[in-house]
Design a protein around this ligand. Structure first.
Ligand code: 5BU
Length: 254
């Protein structure tokens, strides 16, 4: 199904917005902006912004995190029309994740459209995050499968993750996964561990190509970090991934 055709099936409002902007901008590429300086992150966001539907952050790796950075990042996201995804991977009980989401130094709920979480603590983690995020029109991705070697997210774990998502479709709108879990058109699948040039790194990361992620494994959005940001010319490289991702989608949906 094409992105626009799936919109009516989504119960989470942000998911509708995301599918619409993917269609408008003609991109299913997410940039993982894993840099440690805020100026560098802002420069990447501004340069690569026109090419992407989502910018993924790890805000806790910034050495010079400050409030001005957040204001600037939001401005750039609005200018280039992409969503911000803080890859925080919440994993605690409901009451704690609520605070981790809305309080502390980072106040993630104030600026991140998308967050993600593990289901390990049980449904309370989703209820806690939803208490904060739903009224702000945010959305949650559940981590169903990891990309790294030797991980414990087997098929049973992924299936349990899907069952948990089905209980909270107003807030959960999809998965971080390596494979599509079923054909329900409301779920959006984002896949990290995508690289055109290499198959792994020295710390257990495992890569697939955009083509494999989308055509064989059913990803909707490819998440690319070092494949783009470590390149000599990140913009040129982002365009390559964007084109590869879009071509794969078009082949499937035409
Ligand atoms: P890379 O440079 O393309 O390898 O970066 C991948 C990013 O995706 C990085 O920010 C990871 O934290 C993130 N990631 C991942 O690589 N694999 C996973 O299973 C999950 C997240 Br969940």
């Amino acid at each position: 199904m094409q992105y626009l055709e799936r919109i009516p099936f989504c119960k989470n409002l942000l998911a509708k917005k995301l599918l619409k902007l993917m269609d408008d901008k003609k991109t299913n590429l997410a940039l993982s902006a894993d840099v440690t300086q805020s100026e560098k992150l802002l420069a990447l966001a501004d340069t690569i912004g026109p090419e992407i539907c989502v910018l993924k952050t790890h805000v806790d790796i910034l050495e010079d995190f400050n409030e001005k950075f957040l204001i600037e990042l939001r401005k750039i996201a609005d200018k280039h029309q992409f969503l911000i995804f803080e890859d925080r991977k919440f994993a605690d009980i409901g009451n704690t994740v609520k605070h981790q989401y809305q309080n502390g130094i980072y106040q993630i709920a104030e600026w991140a459209d998308i967050i993600n979480a593990y289901i390990l603590p049980g449904p309370g983690i989703i209820k806690g995050l939803a208490e904060v995020g739903l009224k702000k029109n945010r959305g949650l991705l559940l981590i169903a499968e990891l990309s790294s070697e030797g991980n414990f997210t087997d098929a049973i774990y992924a299936e349990k993750t899907l069952e948990m998502a089905e209980q909270f479709p107003e807030f959960v709108f999809g998965f971080i996964s390596q494979h599509k879990l079923n054909d329900d058109p409301q779920w959006i699948y984002m896949t990290p561990g995508v690289n055109l040039a290499t198959e792994n790194d020295s710390l257990g990361q495992q890569y697939v190509t955009p083509d494999k992620a989308i055509k064989e494994n059913g990803a909707d959005i490819i998440i690319v970090g070092r494949g783009i940001i470590a390149a000599k010319n990140p913009l040129d490289e982002a365009r390559k991934y964007r084109e590869a991702g879009w071509r794969a989608y078009k082949t499937l949906s035409s």
